[in-house]
Design a protein around this ligand. Structure first.
Ligand code: FAD
Ligand code: DLZ
Length: 529
């Protein structure tokens, strides 16, 4: 009788994983802590601790449910320290004749597993059924379309799922309530404090292990408060629905100098790990609307992020890889500024986004898109360098979701497949949506001079540099009209201001052009070696 090894990865911690539901009684379930997964980019210690603690708790739950489980610990002497090698070692040890695994969240692993389908010890890959859509569903939707706009995909997702539908019409008569969702933080708004999770012996042991092994990585473990069990994740979901969802919509785009979480859910890590399902999260949010406890603009905005954006970027990733990762439409070549690791910058908005990232392994969407993302876009940071940073520093980072957001949405490197225009912005945007500029040494109203906000000259410089690629875009017509109307003296002054800033940036140590990036990525190709 066949005896399978069922490999459960660190972001597949769901009891309804297809592999576990259909497991034969002789199956051995393996969860493997391995050094290479912690280092192929220098993951934030909070992210590593969250994943390893969640894996250990999940393994205990599986044993309680009667599964035979092998758990490889990071410091086991015989640990092979890569997922492929460790799974094959365990399969041999337990006399298994095949290794089964659900589609991993990153192409590099998927590719190395696929390559072993016909090996003497064959790997068998199973579809991940924990999303609203499979990559095949997305490919079917995309077939024959000239553009792949999220908004069109999202409408189909609403119809298919029935979420926020009244018959065949969207609840409230509109698909999208975003025009109500663009307010800066009101002075009297009080974002709720996230609930604190108790660290049991398992979590404490992992925190000590990670502190010991990954002390050289960006970030720290102080205040670690990510959920590591389904029970803790459900507590976070309940807290969000009760205390933050009603204001999620109107303050969705707000940025604050002091408040890291605002009215965001913090649910991406437990969703991506599998502790929560996207279906249950969306259904619970819809319930709040139906019960009259949260307004439609908030609930629709929230559900769109999960039912729309999350599924859409996953579909793009799996249908466009591996070439997607190589796109660089704007020819960006600069290394990652060293301030992304040190937080050492005079731009208050950038400094606070990086500090919050270091302290929490979290920054909300608008910080990622319009602060760290916008600055990198305007400076021409190379996609690979920026993608590696986002993949490393956030607790929720996984390539299937990180790559389209960074390469496509932030850097416009896919040439507009994902977004019809780049999200470039000057200091004026940051001033409108945040309270950073009041505490910054730069003035968002000045374009040139020692006090001018660097984002202003960088913004015009970016537009000028990319006239060929962007000026014919109808959505950029207005801004290119303003650029054309600028007199030569002003244009020259702006160009000089931006180039002086970029020259200073190039003088600092940067990451992404060569050896430092290679060092951070060592181990990246170990699986295929
Ligand atoms: P909320 O603001 O509360 O949103 C609710 C949920 O919607 C999130 O938990 C998430 O599951 C989903 N969501 C929201 N926006 C997006 C989006 N654009 N794409 C996909 N899902 C979305 N999200 C990740 O999960 N992992 C990543 O590695 C990641 N990298 C990103 C990199 C960049 C450059 C940008 C601009 C965005 C990235 N995002 C990523 C999307 C988004 O920023 C995070 O999902 C969100 O900030 C997580 O915080 P939250 O749970 O409080 O989200
Ligand atoms: C991110 C991560 C880390 C740090 N460590 C492990 C690990 O030791 N074992 C494991 O199974 N998974 C880990 N992960 C998550 C994997 O990197 C993730 O499963 C793949 O990137 C595919 O999404």
């Amino acid at each position: 009788m066949s005896k399978p090894l069922l490999l459960v990865l660190g972001d597949q911690l769901s009891h309804d994983l297809a592999l576990l539901c259909d497991a034969p009684s002789n199956a051995v379930v393996a969860l493997c802590e391995v050094d290479s997964e912690g280092r192929y980019v220098p993951h934030h210690p909070q992210k590593i601790a969250m994943i390893l603690a969640a894996m250990r708790h999940f393994a205990d739950e599986l044993r309680q449910r009667g599964f035979t489980v092998h758990y490889s610990r990071l410091d086991d002497d015989d640990n092979a320290q890569t997922l492929i090698a460790e799974a094959e070692r365990l399969a041999k040890r337990y006399g298994c004749d095949a290794i089964h695994v659900v589609r991993p969240g990153e192409w590099r692993l998927w590719q190395s597993m696929q390559a072993r389908r016909d090996a003497a010890l064959p790997w068998q890959l199973h579809e991940d059924t924990r999303f609203f859509t499979t990559p095949d569903d997305f490919a079917h939707w995309a077939e024959g379309r000239k553009t792949l706009r999220m908004e069109h995909f999202y409408r189909q997702q609403r119809r298919r799922s029935g979420l926020l539908m009244e018959g065949d019409q969207p609840a409230g008569g509109k698909w999208n309530f975003d025009h109500d969702n663009r307010q800066p933080l009101a002075a009297d708004a009080k974002p709720p404090e996230p609930p604190r999770h108790r660290h049991d012996a398992t979590t404490r042991e992992v925190l000590a292990l990670v502190a010991d092994h990954f002390a050289d990585h960006f970030g720290h473990l102080d205040g670690f408060n990510w959920p590591v069990t389904r029970r803790q994740a459900l507590a976070d979901l309940h807290h969000f629905l009760t205390h933050a969802l009603p204001d999620f919509g109107r303050f969705q785009d707000a940025i604050s100098d002091a408040e890291p979480w605002l009215f965001h859910s913090r649910l991406a890590p437990p969703l991506n790990l599998g502790l929560l399902s996207p279906q249950e999260v969306c259904q619970r949010a819809e319930q709040e609307y139906l019960a009259g406890r949260a307004p439609l603009n908030a609930v629709e905005g929230f559900i769109r992020q999960i039912l729309g954006w999350r599924e859409y970027v996953r579909g793009l990733y799996w249908t466009r890889m591996p070439t997607y990762k190589t796109h660089n439409h704007l020819g960006a070549q600069r290394g990652l500024p060293s301030s992304y690791w040190s937080g050492d910058t005079d731009l208050r908005c950038l400094k606070r986004a990086i500090e919050m990232t270091r302290d929490n392994a979290y920054a909300h969407h608008i910080q990622r898109l319009m602060v760290t993302g916008n600055f990198a876009l305007l400076c021409g940071v190379a996609p690979e360098a920026l993608c590696d940073w986002y993949l490393a520093v956030y607790a929720d980072a996984c390539e299937w979701v990180e790559l389209p957001n960074t390469l496509g949405m932030v850097l416009h490197a896919d040439g507009g497949l994902m977004g019809s225009k780049p999200y470039c912005a000057s200091g004026k945007y940051i001033d409108r949506m945040s309270d950073h500029c009041r505490q910054c040494r730069y003035d968002p109203k000045q374009i040139t001079g020692t006090h001018a906000c660097p984002l202003n000259s960088l913004y015009w410089h970016f537009l000028e540099q990319h006239t060929e690629q962007l000026a014919s875009n109808p959505r950029m017509a207005l801004i290119y009209g303003s650029l054309r109307r600028m007199d030569d003296a002003k244009r020259n002054a702006i160009r000089q201001q931006a180039e002086a800033f970029l020259a200073r940036l190039d003088g600092e140590e940067s990451y992404g052009g060569g050896t430092q990036r290679q060092a951070h990525r060592s181990g990246y190709h170990q699986e295929t070696a």
